[in-house]
Structure formats: structure tokens, C-alpha cells
Design a protein around this ligand. Structure first.
Ligand code: BES
Ligand code: MG
Ligand code: ZN
Length: 502
């Protein structure tokens, strides 16, 4: 759903809107003065409504009240719980529920009153969190559903206008704009992820990069398989061999005149992971269209960067390929030479992410010598076992950089949990006939995969984020849909970049 956001410092009183949204805390019904946020003409009606019971203001409770005003016919009451306990993610999630609700209601405009009673540290972010939550919550992916002509559930609007009325200047327009960018770019990543693999090939991803470069005036280079051949990227080429779709290595560059640091971001772009010759079981294999969600996050972050124009140089690299078991596919036991020169035995062709990333990491390290590298990848099923669907796993060679990433995870509401990197774990991937092997056994699968990557970054500070559990949803929470890509990583990276200090 396309959303337009607006910010006004006037009172909502004489406005015409299809629905007025107000955030109410717990015990609003005990007449603690919270109704004062609303136009006086509604106080009596709402007191009566609250007296009926059913709305206590607990966090996440949403109720619709109808008025007899033709200007403002509906009021949506959104519960925030105990005011002292409201944190950023709580507000974001409630705003997310509002976003979902307005899509269900099929209305074209709402007016929102930002709560003025929150903790000081939240006040300035209020508009960011509301816009971000509503924008994410209103996300739909329905391009592949044929519209019924005689649908009697009402006409869907082509876009929704969300206007914040903030006469007390609780927050500001700039904050609203940031929330809008975060939601729009995360939703872009969701759509890249949700698009089925027949329509989201490495070639299509490269086209997206070229379009973004044009939109924001970025440098974009796409290396073809012949270029990779010349460079000796046989880990990436090996993965691609079983598919008819040509692999690509997408490189985008954003430069700022006053930048001191260069940050490199790398995202796994396996547009479909069948496992290759080490074929996956068919149950849930359709989910492997999401194996490019790291790439989607990186692409969408570049879109946010293009708008926000941070004082930092940023290089993004997306190695992208299909992993299919065609007649020319690579075999278990094959030994390939990586771009770095290290030779790797393929034990399991399903451990393909680390192969394409290894070549991309070595390339960005050598060509750009960045100050820091972050990579995002749906790398291991083991990460879903270890951390479930709520936190991304981290492996690093630099605790200071990792701390920054963890902080960005906290501020963005996309939690990150560092895993240990003791050198003993690295023993598991030492090769028998070669330098390395691509699998280190069942134990600590997320860690050994991360340590495999560590071999390709040299001594550049680096953090690897395993987003296997967080990249797509299976349960609805606040602004997260009940299924499909979450856009994880975009808001985290945007915060990391926004708060970067050289
Ligand atoms: N894309 C998968 C990882 C994955 C699995 C992500 C499930 C999300 C959900 C990756 O390429 C893979 O297949 N990894 C293997 C590695 C194994 C062969 C060492 C895995 O996790 O099973
Ligand atoms: Mg795999
Ligand atoms: Zn994979």
C-alpha cells in the first residue's frame, strides 16, 4: 500500500478525516485526563464508550468508536499500556497494528495524534516510530492475486494519507520523514524477498541495482560470469554452474565529499536454494526463494542511503546466483580455487551461501580496503535452531564494531545476538585435501559457517549477521506480517549508518 505522510502543527479539531487515531495508555477509563488530547466535542461520547468497558488501554488493544460528526466519523483508540513502560518497539508495534487496521478498513486517510505523555527520550522519536510502524504495518504483497471484479467488501483506495496533528510540537517533521524512509525501504526489501524466484533472478536483482543507481546518482557495476572467470572467483561460479541463470556480482558505491570512513555491506543473494546436488527435502523448499533476503536488505539500504545522504562512503556488494542441481552442477568432493587463492573442498553443495560470500568478501576487502565490513545472509538452518525467529546471530573479528551493530539492532528493534568465535570452532572447517572445506559438521553450524567467512576478510573489522531466522515471518507481531519477508536488516543498517562516528 502506498502511503503519503504529512505533518501539521495545527489542532485536529476542524479537520475532515475518515478516521482519527489516538494513543491511549492504561487506565484512560479512570479519567486521568488523557482524553484531553482529543477535540472537546468528543469527550462525552468517549467517556460513555469507555464506561461500557472492553477498552482498558493495555498495549496492543485496538478499538473503533463511531461518532455522529460528519467531519470525523470514526475514532480508533490504540492502547499503549503503562506510560512509563512504553519503549520504542512497543510504540512501533502498536503503530504497526494501526497500519494493518487501516488497510483492512479500506479507508484513504487518517489523522493521528502523537501521544504527549511518553518518557522524554522517546518524545523526539515519536513521529519516526509512528510513521515507521504504520508504514510497515500497512504493507501488503498482493501483486500475484487477481482482483475480483465484483468484490462486495468495498473498493480499496489506491493510496492512504496519514497526517500527524501535533500542536504541542511533541515531535517534528524530520522525525516523520525518517520513519517514512525506514518503512518504505524495509517494505521494498520485503517485496524483493517475497517475489517468487521465477521473477526474481540474479539478472532481475542487477536491474534493480541499476535502477537505484540511476535514481540516487550512485556508481553501479555488475560483474558477469566472464568477469568472474577472469578474476578467478570459482567459489561463486561453482555455485552457479547448475543453473541456466547467469550469476552476477553487483557492486554499488555511494560517496560523500566529507566522509572519513568507508563501510562495506555485503548481502547473500541466492535467488533460489534447492541445495544443488546435495538436494534439500521438498517440504518447505518453496521458502528458499527467501535465500536472497540479505541481498534485499543491502539493496533497500542503498535506497535509504540515497535519500538520507549520510556522511560516510558506502560500498555494497551482492553476489547473486541460483543453487540448482543441473547437469553441469558442481559435485560434493569438487575442489575450487577462491578469488583469495584459498582452495576449498565442497563437502555439501547446500552450504553455498558461504561460497558466494567468501568471494564477494575477499573482493571488497582487496579492491576497496574498507574500514569495516558487515555481511547479511540467510546462512544456516542452525541459526534458526539456536535463536529462533526473533534475533539474528552475529559472528565477528572485532568486538568494537560488533557492539555498534548490536546497538543498532536495539535502536531499530531488530535484535542481534553475538555468538562465540573461539578458534577451536575453526578447526572443523580445515580441509583434508585442501585449505578449507565448506562444511564443519553438525555442531555449532552457525559459528563454523561464520568462521569460514572470516577467512576471506583479512584483518578488516567485520561482522557477519545470520538472518536465517529473522528474514521471513511465520507469526504476526505488531508491524511484522504473519508470513513473508520481514525486510530485516534495512532498519538496523540505516540506524548503524545514521549514528556512525568516524
Ligand atoms: N539457505 C540455507 C540456510 C537456511 C536454511 C536458511 C533454513 C533459512 C532456513 C543455506 O544455504 C543452507 O542450506 N545451509 C545448510 C548448511 C549445511 C549444509 C551445513 C543448512 O543450514 O542446512
Ligand atoms: Mg543451501
Ligand atoms: Zn542458502
Amino acid at each position: 500500500m502506498n502511503i503519503t505522510f504529512a505533518y501539521k502543527t495545527q489542532a485536529v479539531d476542524n479537520t475532515k478525516t475518515e478516521c482519527l487515531v489516538v494513543f491511549l495508555p492504561k487506565d484512560t477509563n479512570k479519567d486521568a485526563g488523557y482524553l484531553d488530547q482529543l477535540p472537546k466535542s468528543f469527550h462525552r461520547l468517549l467517556k460513555k464508550f469507555l464506561k461500557l468497558g472492553g477498552f482498558s488501554g493495555k498495549a496492543g488493544q485496538i478499538e473503533l468508536a463511531f461518532t455522529n460528526s460528519s467531519h470525523i466519523p470514526r475514532i480508533l483508540l490504540a492502547g499503549l499500556g503503562e506510560p512509563a513502560e512504553v519503549d520504542a518497539e512497543k510504540l512501533r508495534r502498536v503503530a504497526g497494528q494501526i497500519g494493518k487496521k487501516i488497510v483492512d478498513m479500506k479507508i484513504a486517510n487518517i489523522a493521528v495524534l502523537p501521544p504527549a505523555y511518553l518518557q522524554k527520550n522517546l518524545a523526539s522519536q515519536t513521529a519516526t516510530l509512528i510513521a515507521e510502524g504504520i508504514g510497515l504495518g500497512a504493507y501488503t504483497f498482493d501483486q500475484y492475486k487477481t482482483k475480483e471484479k465484483n468484490d462486495d467488501s468495498g473498493q480499496e483506495p489506491s493510496s492512504i494519507t496519514v497526517t500527524l496533528y501535533d500542536p504541542k510540537k511533541v515531535t517534528e517533521k524530520k522525525a516523520l520523514d525518517l520513519g517514512k524512509v525506514k518503512a518504505e525501504t524495509a517494505n521494498y526489501a520485503r517485496t524483493l524477498g517475497n517475489t517468487p524466484s521465477n521473477d526474481m533472478t540474479p539478472t532481475v536483482l542487477a536491474q534493480h541495482a541499476e535502477a537505484l543507481a540511476k535514481k540516487h546518482n550512485l556508481i553501479c557495476n555488475v560483474l558477469e560470469e566472464s568477469d568472474m572467470e577472469a578474476l578467478g572467483m570459482h567459489m561463486l561460479l561453482g555455485v552457479s554452474r547448475g543453473s541456466r541463470e547467469p550469476a552476477k556480482l553487483i557492486i554499488m558505491e555511494y560517496k560523500h565529499k566529507k566522509a572519513k570512513d568507508t563501510l562495506a555491506i555485503v548481502g547473500k543473494g541466492v535467488t533460489f536454494d534447492s541445495g544443488g546436488i546435495s538436494l534439500k527435502p521438498s517440504t518447505s523448499m518453496e521458502e528458499m526463494k527467501f535465500d536472497m533476503c540479505g541481498a534485499a536488505a543491502v539493496m533497500a539500504t542503498m535506497d535509504a542511503i540515497g535519500v538520507l545522504r549520510p556522511k560516510l562512503n558506502i560500498i555494497t556488494v551482492i553476489p547473486t546466483s541460483e543453487n540448482l542441481p543441473g547437469g553441469t552442477a558442481q559435485r560434493p568432493g569438487d575442489i575450487v580455487t577462491s578469488y583469495s587463492g584459498k582452495k576449498v573442498e565442497i563437502i555439501n553443495t547446500d552450504a553455498e551461501g558461504r561460497l558466494i560470500l567468501g568471494d564477494a568478501l575477499a573482493y571488497v576487502a582487496k579492491k576497496f580496503n574498507p574500514d569495516a565490513i558487515i555481511d547479511l545472509a540467510t546462512l544456516t538452518g542452525a541459526c534458526v535452531v539456536a535463536l529462533g525467529k526473533y534475533a539474528s546471530g552475529a559472528i565477528t573479528n572485532d568486538d568494537v564494531l560488533c557492539e555498534k551493530v548490536v546497538e543498532a539492532g536495539k535502536s531499530s528493534g531488530e535484535p542481534v545476538w553475538p555468538l562465540p568465535n573461539f578458534p577451536e570452532y575453526g578447526e572443523a572447517i580445515k580441509g583434508k585435501y585442501s585449505d578449507l572445506k565448506n562444511v564443519g559438521g553438525r555442531d555449532a553450524g552457525t559459528i563454523t559457517a561464520g568462521l569460514f567467512l572470516k577467512n576471506f576478510v583479512g584483518d578488516i573489522p567485520w561482522v557477519h549477521l545470520d538472518i536465517a531466522g529473522t528474514a521471513w515471518a511465520v507469526k504476526e507481531i505488531g508491524h511484522i506480517p504473519n508470513s513473508g519477508a520481514t525486510g530485516v536488516g534495512v532498519r538496523l543498517l540505516t540506524d548503524l549508518i545514521h549514528n556512525w562516528k568516524a
